[in-house]
Every structure is written in structure tokens, then in C-alpha cells.
Design a protein around this ligand. Structure first.
Ligand code: ARG
Length: 463
């Protein structure tokens, strides 16, 4: 029997019922639906809208339903229109008339958006701890490889020397911003829309603040039309999730490159790699490729949400039911990506010797060579030009700046002395990059300490 049975003379066509129903995907909000209903019932009783006895019966009935759903004793009826209908129907069949009083002063329109806000809030806090785990693994690795010299790239060309620790800490900055953004998005999510009713609130004297407080939300929505039709918080979260995927995807791209025989900067653990069905030599970075690929799904979810909302008149429209599958898919995807990616990074083997070899082969100390001439008084532009000729000379002779004899240096510029070889020594080039934010080993350790401290204060904030 449908909630609207009084007005209709026929049962809904089965296919239409399936099309209309959201229970196959919104039953995951059962907890939040029940907790929200408990808060609503307690408020109705406090305001004298229903009796204390009815509120008690509702609370008891809902608590039983919740534990029966959790234990599997109560299977979800896939024929129900949605989780709200299912819970209310079950409650009424268990406790009778009191169950029919639960929906007083409420509509599914304010109920569904309350449930979604509560559900997403819970998922955001799980997501945050996954991000924290990843950052903490990055800190451990960066500490371990704070001195490992590698080439830094621009345009995918070897550019200047950095450390592997510094490279990893760049990603930790991105994920820290993601945590910040999650915080911003949840701040606007943690607001109670209950009391907005279907669209025009209600004539019952509801205490909206009481519900918000009992659900640990930070306030109430201020306009009933907006209360039921706002899905900004869903879109904002999808945007945050998309950015997390951008970061994971860029990182994955590098992992894939670093695993190739051309680079061989890292080797992934066997537990996080796959083989080929035909080529026995292959060890493929499938996990990183999948993460890179799955970013497309999450961006698609964001686009779907924007498109669903963009033409909707106020207030509730059924189109908005489409919000759930998109945001759930985005959340599930990011969560599985993070929980697979983190142990993959944690267990990778870093081939520092190969990084160093690559760093030695690409003239990445040319800027330092030019800076050496600047320290001897030559204007930077002239120093740049002189070093450029040295690089061309090295390429012709098949040499590096390290192996080019001093006379050749002197022939290009008489300011060169023996100490140029100290100046272009890779470890020194990196160690000298001590400017705040730079890649020197000391800086990397400071970055790690700073980020660990941030993580510690994040976790005390949560307590
Ligand atoms: N399943 C619906 C949704 O997800 C719940 C709200 C239904 N409201 C309505 N007026 N039909 O949006």
C-alpha cells in the first residue's frame, strides 16, 4: 500500500514502481533515517504535538527496527518506494497508530535531505581518516628518502635536482588541502532542514533547534523552500571528491612512469601489481592505472549532479532523487581508491640508485653551474649563456658537466676554477636549496615534522 493510497484508485504499474523507487540505493541511509525520526518524535512530544507515550512507542519501535535491519532479521522490502516509506510502514505494522503519528509536521522532502546530510557527514569523517593515513605514509616515506636525489621535471624534461622525499611531500600538501576542503564542505552540510516540510514548513509549533542539537548539527536552514531544494552540499562534496581524484590520478600517472623500465625509480610490491596473461616478463601497475581511470567516474558524478540541479524550479522535484546514486558512487570510488592506493605506496620499493643515475645524466645541475659563475661576479644572463655552451660541448663529446675537464670550462669562461666541481655536485646542489619550501634534506624533514604536527592537531580536534 502506498503512502498516498487515499487519493488513488489503482495500484502503481510494477515497472513504474521500480522506476520510481529509490530503495535499492537509499536503504544505505537506514540508520540516518531512523535516528532522524527518533529526534523528530522526541521533539513532537516535547512540543505537546504527540503524547509522551506515543513518542516512547515510536522510539522503541524504531530502535528495534534499526537493530533488526543491522542483524539481517528485517530484510529491506525492495518493493517499497524508498527507505523512508519502508521504515514508517514497518513501524506502523509493529506499533500501530503511534507509528502513523511520526510523520506529523514533516514531509519526505525535508526528511530525505536531512538523512542525506547526516549520511554524508558520517562518510566525510571516514574519508578524512583515509586521507590522514595516506599523508602519514607519505611522511614516513619522505623521512626515509629525505636525501635521495632525483631529477625534478618540467615539460617531462629533467630540470633541477630535488629529493624523492620532497616530491612525496608535494602530494601530502594536496591531500592536506583536500582535508581542509572536506571540512569546508561539511560545515555547510551539518545544518538541519527538518521543519521545512514539503516546501512551506508547517503550522505545528516545531522546535527546529532542538532537532538540530540532538542530531549534533550546527544550526537550521533559514528558508523552507531552500531547505528542501538545496543540494549544494552534495555538489560541493562531489567537487571535493573530484579534486581528490585529480591528485590521486596525477600521483598514479607518476607511479606508472616510475615503474616503467625507462625510469625504474620504484618497484611496486607483488601484492599490488598484476601480471600479463601472455607476456611472462610483465609486472603491471594496474592499481595506479585503475585509480587514474576511476577519476573519470567521479568527475562524471559531479557533472551529473550539476546537470540534474541546473534547471530545477523551486522547490522539491523528483529529479533530485538522482543525487544519491551519483554522490554514493563518487564516495565509494574515492574510498576504494584511497584504501588501495595507500598500502601500495607504503609497500613500494624505492630504487634510489636509479633515481640518482637519472639525476646525473640530464645536466640538471646546469642552473647551479650558472649560479657558480654569478657567485664569481658574472651577470646571470651571461652565466646562463656560458653554461649553455658548456652543455652543448658536453653533448658533442658525450660527457657530463661532472666529467668535462677544467680546461674546457676555462676555455668557455676564465672565471671557472677547480671548485666548480663542488658547486655542481648533486648532493650539494640539493642541500643548497634551503629556501623555505625547497627540496633540501633538512627542509624535507622540517616539512615532515610540520605535517605530522598538523595531523596530530587534526586528530585532537576530532576528540
Ligand atoms: N526518494 C525520494 C528522494 O530521494 C524521497 C523524497 C520523495 N518526495 C516526494 N515528494 N516524492 O528524493
Amino acid at each position: 500500500m502506498k503512502l498516498w493510497a487515499g487519493r488513488f484508485r489503482k495500484e502503481l504499474d510494477q515497472k513504474t514502481n521500480d522506476f520510481n523507487s529509490s530503495i535499492s540505493f537509499d536503504s544505505r541511509m537506514a540508520d540516518e533515517d531512523i535516528i532522524g525520526s527518533m529526534a523528530h518524535a522526541a521533539m513532537l512530544a516535547k512540543q505537546g504535538i504527540i503524547s509522551a507515550a506515543d513518542a516512547d512507542a515510536i522510539r522503541g519501535g524504531l530502535a528495534d527496527i534499526l537493530s533488526d535491519i543491522k542483524s539481517g532479521k528485517l530484510p529491506i522490502d525492495m518493493n517499497a518506494e524508498d527507505i523512508h516509506t519502508f521504515v514508517e510502514g514497518e513501524l506502523t505494522s509493529r506499533i500501530g497508530d503511534a507509528g502513523k503519528r511520526l510523520h506529523t509536521g514533516r514531509s519526505r522532502n525535508d526528511q530525505v535531505t536531512l538523512d542525506l546530510r547526516l549520511y554524508l557527514k558520517g562518510r566525510c569523517s571516514i574519508l578524512r581518516s583515509h586521507l590522514e593515513n595516506l599523508i602519514s605514509v607519505l611522511c614516513d616515506k619522505a623521512e626515509q628518502y629525505s636525501q635521495a636525489v632525483m631529477p625534478g621535471y618540467t615539460h617531462m624534461q629533467r630540470a633541477q635536482p630535488i629529493t624523492f622525499g620532497h616530491h612525496l611531500m608535494a602530494y601530502s600538501e594536496m591531500f592536506l588541502r583536500d582535508i581542509d576542503r572536506l571540512g569546508d564542505a561539511t560545515a555547510r552540510m551539518e545544518i538541519s532542514p527538518l521543519g521545512s516540510g514539503a516546501l512551506a514548513s508547517t503550522t505545528y509549533p516545531l522546535d527546529r533547534e532542538m532537532i538540530a542539537k540532538s542530531l549534533e548539527l550546527n544550526g537550521v536552514t533559514h528558508n523552507s523552500l531552500d531547505g528542501v531544494s538545496d543540494r549544494d552540499y552534495v555538489i560541493e562534496l562531489a567537487a571535493v571528491l573530484s579534486l581528490i581524484m585529480v591528485h590521486l590520478s596525477r600521483f598514479s600517472e607518476e607511479i606508472i612512469l616510475w615503474c616503467s623500465w625507462e625510469f625504474r625509480f620504484i618497484e611496486l610490491d607483488d601484492a599490488f601489481s598484476t601480471g600479463s596473461s601472455i607476456m611472462p616478463q610483465k609486472k603491471n601497475p594496474d592499481i595506479a592505472e585503475l585509480v587514474r581511470g576511476k577519476s573519470g567516474r567521479v568527475f562524471g558524478d559531479l557533472m551529473a549532479l550539476l546537470t540534474v540541479m541546473k534547471g530545477l524550479p523551486l522547490a522539491y522535484n523528483k529529479d533530485m532523487q538522482e543525487d544519491k546514486e551519483a554522490i554514493f558512487d563518487a564516495l565509494d570510488t574515492v574510498e576504494i581508491c584511497l584504501t588501495t592506493f595507500t598500502p601500495m605506496i607504503d609497500t613500494m620499493r624505492v630504487l634510489t640508485g636509479n633515481m640518482r643515475k637519472a639525476a646525473a645524466g640530464g645536466f640538471i645541475n646546469a642552473t647551479d653551474c650558472a649560479d657558480y659563475l654569478v657567485s664569481k661576479g658574472l651577470p646571470f644572463r651571461d652565466a646562463y649563456k656560458a653554461t649553455g655552451s658548456l652543455v652543448a660541448l658536453c653533448i658533442d663529446k658525450g660527457l657530463t658537466l661532472e666529467s668535462l675537464p677544467l680546461d674546457e670550462y676555462k676555455a668557455v669562461c676564465p672565471l671557472f676554477e677547480q671548485d666548480v666541481f663542488d658547486a655542481i655536485y648533486l648532493d650539494r646542489c640539493v642541500a643548497m636549496r634551503r629556501v623555505y619550501g625547497g627540496p633540501s634534506p633538512g627542509n624535507v624533514l622540517n616539512q615532515v615534522a610540520r605535517v605530522r604536527e598538523l595531523l596530530r592537531s587534526c586528530s585532537t580536534d576530532k576528540d
